[in-house]
Design a protein around this ligand. Structure first.
Ligand SMILES: Cc1cc2nc3c(=O)[nH]c(=O)nc-3n(C[C@H](O)[C@H](O)[C@H](O)COP(=O)(O)OP(=O)(O)OC[C@H]3O[C@@H](n4cnc5c(N)ncnc54)[C@H](O)[C@@H]3O)c2cc1C
Ligand code: SF4
Length: 371
């Protein structure tokens, strides 16, 4: 049995215990970097856990980004410069999360256990696996590539067919792996229409004689400056937009690809031969931490937030927050803004937690921490 003096000592220890001021951010893409920077500014210690060798997320793959052709590396450099004393753990993932807010214990793949008062999951998205649309021939035909591979070619100033020639005709297929019940992705990935327009302009700038066809279901250009980019692509660069559905691609002996499609405006079948076929692959949810963090995943495979309208950075777990493309397709600017929004939600949550602990140490009865 515990005597009275032991009980008293335990109570005294509780009174003087200060709240841990460390926040763990999982995922070092634009959302995670923006959040980590803001949390630093707010005075929190931040540990940024990134599973790749470099932070930067998908920005590390992009060349110039829509809508204004800013160099992706400039955005990364800007966000990195705001990270201050953030402790960055590269090549690291999270294997276990124990405890509850504000006393989480996060175990990482190196075996280290990190204390955290709150956790932000900003693990972004995955690309749709284009081999699942077998009829388009990705992984079968040499001259069928994804939008991710095209960006790498643009970055290297070398948009070429597999045989090393500059393409004379290029077709971009919109909505690959998005808005498609057959692959269990009903959502629109939001960025690929504008990305198709951006890369079409870039190809024309690097190879003015190339003809470019964008095969779309609808054109969805939702952001500031996007509609203008769409117009510019047609008026200044002559990019052609066909409302068409590709049914099948076949390879000819010379490596060109014969596309069979339906023009859905005239309801007529069409054939188009191109040197390069680019699949605008959609964004899919990356829910790999769902079990470890106890997070819910929506029917669109992205993480579920506490409330879609007014609590879009809180998860269904108290003290675990969400930001960026982890909760649905977003453009870079939206991901950065969302990361910063999550940082302020976390700061508000931790201030409330601290106030509760303070009140507790003053002998007041505290029932819980507000979210
Ligand atoms: C083809 C394509 C082109 C695009 N081009 C543009 C453009 O021109 N302009 C624009 O505004 N937007 C563009 N976007 C959208 C843009 O890429 C996203 O808005 C942005 O990358 C989302 O940032 P994020 O930080 O949420 O996620 P991500 O960029 O996906 O970053 C997530 C990070 O988390 C890490 N991670 C994942 N899982 C774990 C884990 N378990 N543990 C630790 N770390 C983990 C990843 O390695 C990654 O570093 C494009 C998207 C696509 C698909
Ligand atoms: S943004 Fe455009 S290409 Fe992408 S899924 Fe939506 S409609 Fe399709």
């Amino acid at each position: 049995m515990e005597d009275k003096s032991e009980k008293f000592c335990k109570l005294e220890k509780l009174k003087v215990k200060e709240m841990n001021k460390q926040v763990v951010v999982i995922g070092g893409g634009p959302a995670g970097m923006a959040a980590a920077g803001k949390l630093q500014n707010f005075g929190y210690d931040v540990v940024l856990i990134e599973k790749k060798a470099e932070i930067g997320g998908h920005l590390n793959k992009w060349y110039k980004v829509f809508p204004d052709f800013t160099d992706a590396s400039e955005i990364t450099a800007n966000l990195k410069s705001g990270l201050g004393k953030t402790r960055i753990l590269n090549n690291t993932t999270v294997t276990q999360i124990k405890g509850s807010a504000p006393n989480f214990k996060v175990t990482v793949s190196t075996g280290e256990e990190i204390e955290a008062a709150a956790i932000l999951v900003s693990t972004g998205f995955k690309h749709f696996d284009a081999t699942l649309k077998e009829e388009y021939g990705y992984g079968i035909y040499d001259n069928c590539i994804t939008s991710v591979e095209l960006d790498a070619m643009l970055k290297a100033q070398s948009v070429k067919t597999r045989s090393g020639k500059a393409p004379k005709k290029v077709a971009m297929i919109h909505c690959v792996g998005s808005r498609d019940e057959k692959v269990n992705n009903n959502h629109c990935s939001r960025v690929c229409c504008t990305n198709a327009i951006k890369v079409a302009i870039e190809i024309k700038e690097q190879n003015p004689d190339c003809e470019i066809y964008c095969l779309y279901m609808d054109i969805r250009v939702f952001g500031r400056g996007y509609e203008e980019l769409y117009r510019t692509s047609q008026e200044k660069f002559g990019v052609q937009f066909l409302r068409g559905r590709l049914s099948e691609a076949g390879e000819k002996n010379d490596g060109t690809l014969l596309l069979r499609l339906e023009d859905t405006l005239t309801a007529k079948p069409m054939r188009l031969t191109v040197d390069l076929l680019v699949l605008m692959v959609g964004m899919e949810g990356n829910s790999e931490l769902a079990e470890v963090a106890g997070l819910k995943v929506g029917c669109d495979h992205f993480y579920t937030t506490a409330h879609q309208q007014y609590s879009n950075n809180a998860s269904t777990q108290k003290g675990i927050f969400l930001a960026g493309a982890a909760t649905g397709p977003k453009a870079i600017m939206e991901s950065i803004t969302d990361g910063r929004s999550a940082a302020s939600e976390i700061a508000a949550f931790l201030l409330s937690a601290e106030a509760s602990i303070q009140a507790n140490s003053n002998g007041q009865l505290v029932t819980g921490i507000a979210v």
